[in-house]
Ligand binder design. Sequence first.
Ligand SMILES: [Mg+2]
Length: 381
Amino acid sequence: MDLKANHSAPILADPTPINKQRLGIHDSLLPCSPGTIFSQGLFLTLPWKKPGVLDDVRSTSWLDAMKSSSPRNRAKNNGIDFSSNDVDVAYRDWMLKYPSALASFEQIANSAKGKRIALFLDYDGTLSPIVNNPDHAFMSNPMRTAVRNVAKYFPTAIISGRSREKVRKFVGLKELYYAGSHGMDIMGPVRPPTDHNTTGTVRSTNEEGKDGNLFQPASEFLPMINEVFVALVEITKDIKGVKVEDNKFCVSVHYRNVDEKSWQTVAQYVQETLKQYPRLRLTHGRMVLEVRPVLKWDKGKAVEFLLESLGLKNCDDVLPIYVGDDRTDEDAFKFLRDSDRGYGILVSSEPKESNAYYSLRDPSEVMKFMKSLVMYKESIP
Ligand SMILES: [Mg+2]
């Protein structure tokens, strides 16, 4: 993967979990070093897709991509189950390239010495478990406490694909900054705009009556998104298990609960609908198809915007840390890597190619990591 690729050109390929099916090799040939697993060119990088066309890997169909995001398909190779030992070995090998942020915490703390940490957190799959009903992706009270505690010491923002209002309700903490719709709806701190990134910011009041700077770079797309939401609800209404979610500046079509035989129909309907909307594009997340404006704005841009808003963008003494689990988080990891600052931490219980530096296995490890940040801060005299 070309980590130096221009921001405006390629987008990241699906960080689809590595499995033997995807690698196309037999058990006995599974590489024992991560360098071999992730040899250059094995993973695909996508060009900007044409509007209205699935953002999926070039060499495989969209249906393969949908299947590859399914845990039940990841666990099999042509009907043959992986042994748990194989999975463990592959994960341990992968961690040589993406070390655990918990095991490497001392290293991270050393990097943070004399610096101010800014923490950016995805929501689904990072702070909350992935659940069948996206309306029920609640975070636990211990997790909420961990986020509240870490936010006492470090500026903390949630950057989610959900609508800003919805993710704010899920998290329920006033002391954070929230970016919804993959960063296309940001309520940041009150601060005079100082560069082009903050053009379009308007002073606003959030739901708790707190002043903030509201930035919605895709506001012109709102009527179109509303229209396509209604159209997608209508066209998919007879497919059992489909959930179409209005995320304000994007629409999610969840197929987690749809019989796999109907996945092709789901994708076809969505693609057909989007043919009428050339200014919208389709991306693919964990068991979800996402309709978004054709706009060069992503979670990486949102991190950059928030750092700017917080007055931290051009400071050498700032260490941004971004924690996320899905492909849309790769834009944020890439921003940090390309700008040679801070760390991306990928949350995954399976090997995935990523622009992150570190890994955490699941939300429970994310909680431990945040507790470690608090202990680190409290240990400083
Ligand atoms: Mg997520």
